[in-house]
Ligand binder design. Structure first.
Ligand SMILES: NC(=O)c1ccc[n+]([C@@H]2O[C@H](COP(=O)([O-])OP(=O)(O)OC[C@H]3O[C@@H](n4cnc5c(N)ncnc54)[C@H](O)[C@@H]3O)[C@@H](O)[C@H]2O)c1
Length: 265
């Protein structure tokens, strides 16, 4: 099987750093004309440098995914330049909060406005173009928190659970236009969002012990999934949440397998 994404046109929101950046560069490496949207100008300058150094095709736009009028401007410009949009990756996100009794309204709104409403607004702007093409791939960042939330994550987890049901609803609406809509649930991938790799060793071990594959995930491992979901080969997959978490809590006490393996070696 050969995944061929050559000359497709993709948008990656929040592609300035972290997982989104790796998704963007991986798509570009595959010959995709890759448009990166981010709220931080400095990240976009860095993306522009990398793209020109590596000869990747694409554009960068400063845009807050909460701002529908700016999104409309950006999408109109992309349509004028490229004439189509094949892939939309709604990766932009924030994580923050605290237990509900001390959670501020601002924190609640921030998580929902960027993680969930941002994906909605991007889809709203892109869907008419995909409908006209009678094809498209929409891929949304959910989270393992949408499956099993952690302590103090009500704002984040509910926004990401919302992304999951938004994805399924949209998949149902867009089937007649041959547009697939899926989401993915990364588990624990150290980034500047979560600083996992900087936690005390003991805490890191505690987190890793929840995984069937006892190691941190890599950004590249998410990017490979995105390439597959964006490909022709994934044409019969829609409305799903794909777990990319190294089998987090796939069994009740994953570390038992490691203890057994250690005792046998
Ligand atoms: N890292 C993980 O382990 C993990 C786990 C589950 C889900 N996720 C999800 O994956 C996505 C990427 O996570 P990450 O760890 O790479 O985070 P990150 O903080 O490193 O990157 C997020 C990017 O989104 C951009 N962004 C934030 N708000 C924006 C806005 N309003 N408009 C446009 N861009 C905006 C940021 O500038 C940044 O470039 C997020 O949706 C996150 O919730 C990550």
């Amino acid at each position: 099987m050969h995944i061929d994404l050559q000359d497709k046109v993709a948008i990656v929101t929040g592609g300035g750093r972290g997982i989104g950046r790796t998704i963007a560069t991986t798509l570009a490496q595959e010959g995709v004309k890759t448009i990166v949207i981010d709220i931080k100008a400095t990240y976009l300058e860095d993306v522009a440098d990398e793209f020109s150094e590596k000869g990747f095709e694409g554009r960068q736009y400063l845009c807050d995914v909460r701002d529908f009028s700016r999104i409309q401007e950006v999408i109109a410009d992309i349509e004028e330049v490229y004439g189509r949009i094949d892939i939309l990756v709604n990766n932009a996100g924030v994580a923050g909060g605290s237990p509900v009794d001390s959670l501020s309204e601002d924190q609640w709104d921030l998580n929902h406005d960027i993680n969930l409403k941002g994906a909605f607004l991007m889809c709203k702007a892109v869907i008419p173009i995909m409908k006209q093409q009678q094809s498209g791939r929409i891929i949304n960042a959910s989270s393992f928190a949408a499956i099993v939330p952690s302590f103090g994550s009500a704002a984040y987890a509910s926004s990401k659970a919302g992304v999951k049901q938004f994805t399924r609803t949209l998949a149902g609406e867009l089937g007649p236009w041959n547009i697939t809509v899926n989401c993915y649930a990364p588990g624990m991938i150290p980034t500047e969002m979560n600083h996992f790799a900087e936690l005390p060793q003991e805490r890191q071990q505690e987190l890793l012990n929840t995984l069937t594959l006892r190691r941190w995930g890599e950004k590249q491992e998410v990017a490979y999934l995105i390439c597959f979901l964006a490909s022709d080969q994934a044409c019969y997959i829609t409305g799903t949440l794909i777990d990319v978490s190294g089998g987090k809590l796939a069994t009740q006490i994953p570390r038992m397998a490691y203890e057994k393996a250690d005792s046998q070696s």
